[in-house]
Design a protein around this ligand. Structure first.
Ligand code: PNS
Length: 155
């Protein structure tokens, strides 16, 4: 039986921390569908199309990884994609409260879909899309924290 995980996020932009989560997820699942959320409430810096392109270009050589965008509920995306689980990464304890709330809410919405957490590699514990945007916006070098595909978009 093939197991599919949905890896949702805003990916504004995708970081090497996200890539690490996908690679860990590939050890557990046969197929990973990355769901790039439109998330207008977060007022993303990059338009949905650009975020989608960055993620797609990052995983062009990964046949078990698919990339889609979504606008509604995550559990609806999981149904559409025949997902068995939601995959999320945990960095520090500070992530826990938000992740716990989301996982609990998603379970309320659909009891059948488990949320599965993997721990990000130590090097990426403090990497976040927010810091990437801030540092690169101020001229700092983030090339070791994002996939090579992201650099042209940050310029
Ligand atoms: O990378 P992010 O910004 O932490 O990802 C947040 C995301 C996209 C996972 C979350 O906003 C989400 O699931 N949005 C879809 C709307 C939804 O299903 N909400 C109910 C679950 S709390």
């Amino acid at each position: 039986m093939k197991r599919t995980a949905i890896y949702p996020g805003t990916f504004d932009p995708i970081t090497l921390g996200h890539v690490d989560v996908v690679n860990r997820g590939l050890k557990l699942f046969d197929r990973i569908v990355i769901g790039v959320a439109e998330n207008p409430k977060k007022e993303p810096m990059f338009a949905l199309e650009a975020r989608l392109k960055m993620v797609r270009e990052t995983f062009t050589d990964a046949p078990k990884v698919e990339v889609v965008s979504f606008t509604g509920l995550l559990v609806d995306l999981a149904h559409d994609q025949k997902g068995d689980a939601i995959l999320r990464g945990l960095r520090a304890a500070s992530d826990f409260e938000y992740e716990f709330q989301m996982a609990t809410m998603n379970r309320r919405l659909d009891e059948r879909i488990e949320t599965c957490f993997v721990m990000a590699r130590e090097d990426y514990t403090f990497v976040s899309s927010r810091f990437i945007r801030e540092i690169s916006g101020m001229g700092g070098d983030v090339s070791e924290l994002v996939p090579a595909t992201v650099a042209p978009y940050l310029k």
